[in-house]
Design a protein around this ligand. Sequence first.
Ligand SMILES: Nc1ncnc2c1ncn2[C@@H]1O[C@H](COP(=O)(O)OP(=O)(O)O)[C@@H](O)[C@H]1O
Ligand SMILES: [Mg+2]
Length: 274
Amino acid sequence: MIDVINLRKSFGALDVLTGINITINKGDIVAVLGPSGSGKSTFLRCLNCMEDPTGGSIIFNGVDIADMHVDINVHRRHMGMVFQHFNLFNNKTVLENVMMAPSYLRCQDLKKAKRKNRITRIKNVFRSKKEELIPITQTKKQIQEEARQQAMDLLKRIGLDDKANVYPSTLSGGQKQRVAIIRSMAMNPDVILFDEPTSALDPEMVGEVLELMKRLADEGMTMVVVTHEMGFAREVASRVIFMDDGQILEEAPPEEFFEHPKDPRLKEFLSKIL
Ligand SMILES: Nc1ncnc2c1ncn2[C@@H]1O[C@H](COP(=O)(O)OP(=O)(O)O)[C@@H](O)[C@H]1O
Ligand SMILES: [Mg+2]
């Protein structure tokens, strides 16, 4: 699904990613470990084009999204991202947060289709062979209603449907992060990228977020998770990678990764945290 080939990223003279190679397949749960400053966040941000790579390729569903000429917005729709600090819109209700992106994008699509059809209709007047119109199956109102219903269903799944109309500031950290996770699911992404989703939480709230992530994993969602939660990496990940100095130094299934680490820096890293 995603092929990362010799991905490099520099900020001025600072080389942050110095050649990342990894293949992420459908259904993979990749846990990304590594010391602070090793380039983990930059790697995720390059994956969904929040940062422009300096070099290399990211082949996502057959298209190189590192190429400046592709429309990354089309591809970004298929990649969810969950951040350490939730990044919910505080001036929108919980429900609006969850339904906003799908509703907006589908309405934009509708607008584009209608515009295209108007032009086609005019052109068709002068054509002997008429071009087909894009079928329009929903009104704007129906799109919004469908997005609202889908958002409510997702909120029900995490037991927060009673919070639909409150603002995020009234939620606990764990609730906020669970809303952020279903918000990214509302786009039906092919993959969700998580950047330390539990690092900003009080310890008693870590469990509920990890549990939701585990449920997603069990349902077959493809996930890349930067985390310090060794339990999650061990039990949920299908592969664990260790990054240092902008490179992947080790990549292995969890058991091999934790029981038989090969790279000296990984051994040292594990000895400090386990
Ligand atoms: N926008 C930026 N401009 C300049 N340097 C950056 C930027 N983002 C990250 N860096 C640098 O890149 C390095 C890796 O950062 P980061 O990817 O956040 O590491 P990690 O997530 O593993 O802690 C750090 O030295 C950081 O200071
Ligand atoms: Mg980081």
